[in-house]
Ligand binder design. Structure first.
Ligand SMILES: [Zn+2]
Length: 536
């Protein structure tokens, strides 16, 4: 069998499996049906079995080494398949054990309820308390109550990390963190350098934002600045900007339908999303997942989003965001071979989603989308710009913690992780640890279980989105009007996205692709231009 024949045969095995996986996932998320979730893990295991084949892995490896491919597409396919196989060259029983451990942990996290004075609170209830409660003691109790889930998960989570490391060592890597980056074509040293640079760029601007924020919080809670504790921020991890430092965008969206606004906007730039919305599940319903996501069921046009739309800025952002993923999938060249008919890396589809999602708080976009007057735009623009910069800084510093902590976790799961976590929170977020606290607070961040070695991609997504914005600006794709950054109704912007980004699929590794579409390698300068004066 030659390689072309191998790929066709392999496609015939994988294509139907991936479609069934996407359908089971959709079924589970829209109905909460346990049958769908069980089916999902069975199907995922079937795919792992396919990629565990030593024989096929050896064949792909040899073909790749020889290198004389009929064309570029087959060469790229060989790289993609090689990495898919490489990650599964380990004990199947170990992979099964990992799946079981991870789903057990996720389940325990989901059913955990915070107990306060005999009441059982969901995570949403806790978030509600942290959003509005003025009494410091009540805030502390809610925060501490939620963090108890860490003690329930800690032991198994460390076991999960050990098992994941074991699979990585069997496949020839130092640890699971390094392996996961390698399998997604990310270079660990480059990533560390990028995060080091980001740390330097954000440190002083963040210090200023944090100072101003703490002054606001100390007034709000009637305590001195030194007594501000982690529970005084509105988010459990201080990953978001507290409302006290932002402006009230919700008032502009009250009584409006974010789905219709998003549909009109995408239409205005020449992207049709009506078919996607018709297949989607958009509004709240019992038993349905409370989150949001986009899924491409078959890489043949069956693209859907799941949302729980409300008339708030958060859901406006989310509707634009999920449709930003959806239009990427929709406008990929359908004639590309199956394994190339996808974005080069998750950070690129995330960048598209973030580019469009961010429009929800862009006064100029709101002017067109909501019919705001020029005076209204002038009134909110300075505060909106300041809030945007602060929001990016808060998130960037939090990402430092997640990126560095998770990396250390896999490098040595037996060091004192409780201390490591709070050292990092203090170092990067400037948050004072509660005195004498020695609890596994790190184990409460469920992403470590459900999306391992992934968090840094949110940061990359923001950086890439900023780089796209810069490219659009300097190439005057904003068509010269209103500081040449008009996006609403701007066909040149959508032509750039469709023809130069979406259409290309996975023909190039993600970093080369960014260089090709923006004219330079990925860097932190354009995000930095938001909060460093004199840049850009
Ligand atoms: Zn996303």
């Amino acid at each position: 069998m030659n390689f072309r024949e191998f790929v066709l045969k392999h496609e015939n095995t994988i294509k139907p499996l991936e479609k069934q996986i996407a359908l089971a996932h959709w079924g589970g998320a829209t109905t909460g049906s346990k049958r769908d979730y069980d089916k999902l893990s069975r199907l995922q295991f079937k795919v792992e079995e396919v990629y565990a084949s030593r024989e096929d892995f050896a064949f792909v490896g040899k073909t790749r080494e020889k290198g004389d491919f009929e064309n570029e597409m087959l060469a790229r396919t060989a790289d993609i398949l090689y990495l898919r196989y490489l990650g599964k060259q380990t004990d199947l029983s170990l992979l099964e054990e990992i799946t079981k451990l991870a789903s057990g942990l996720e389940n325990r996290f989901n059913v955990f309820r915070t107990e306060i004075e005999g009441n059982e609170l969901t995570q949403n209830d806790v978030a509600g308390i942290l959003a509005v409660e003025r009494d410091s003691t009540k805030r502390r109790l809610a925060w501490e109550g939620h963090k108890r889930v860490g003690e329930l998960l800690e032991e198994d989570l460390i076991r999960l990390v050990e098992f994941r490391n074991k699979t990585a060592v069997k496949a020839g890597f130092d640890n699971f963190y390094s392996m996961s980056l390698y399998l997604t074509e990310q270079n660990e040293d480059d990533l560390v350098k990028l995060f080091d640079n980001l740390e330097r760029i954000t440190r002083e601007p963040f210090r200023a934002v944090k100072k101003e924020l703490d002054i606001g919080l100390s007034e709000l809670y009637g305590i001195s600045e030194e007594r501000i504790m982690p529970w005084h921020y509105s988010d459990l991890y201080f990953q978001e900007l507290p409302p006290v430092a932002s402006i009230d965008f919700d008032r502009f969206y009250k009584g409006r339908n974010p789905v219709r606004i998003a549909e009109e906007f995408y239409k205005s730039i020449g992207m049709q999303v009506g078919d996607i919305l018709a297949r989607s599940d958009l509004y709240e319903r019992g038993g349905k997942s409370p989150h949001a996501f986009c899924t491409d069921i078959d890489r043949c046009g069956d693209i859907r989003i799941l949302c729980n739309i409300k008339d708030t800025v958060r859901w406006m952002d989310t509707a634009l965001h999920e449709l930003g993923h959806a239009v990427y999938d929709k406008y990929i060249d359908r004639s590309l071979p199956f394994f190339l008919r996808i974005y080069p890396h998750l950070c690129l589809t995330e960048a598209s989603a973030m580019f469009f999602g961010a429009l929800a708080t862009d006064p100029l976009w709101m002017k067109s989308a909501l019919g705001l007057s020029g005076e209204e735009v002038d009134e909110i623009a300075p505060a909106a710009g300041k809030a945007l910069s602060a929001k990016h800084l808060v998130f960037a510093r939090w990402c430092q913690v997640m990126f560095r902590f998770e990396r250390e976790l896999y490098r040595d799961p037996h060091r004192n992780l409780n201390t490591l976590w709070w050292d990092m929170v203090q170092k990067y977020q400037f948050v004072t640890p509660p005195p004498g606290r020695d609890k596994p607070d790190w184990a409460t961040k469920i992403h470590i279980v459900t999306s391992p070695v992934y968090y840094h991609n949110y940061m990359l997504g923001e950086l890439i989105a900023a780089q796209f914005r810069h490219y659009i600006k300097i190439n005057d794709l904003g068509e010269g009007s209103e500081n040449n950054r008009r996006i609403y109704g701007n066909q040149a912007v959508s032509r750039y996205f469709i023809d130069h980004i979406f259409h290309e699929g996975n023909l190039l590794p993600w970093n080369k692709f960014i260089e090709k579409t923006t004219g330079e390698p990925l860097n932190a300068d354009y995000l930095a231009s938001l909060f460093v004066k004199g840049k850009d």
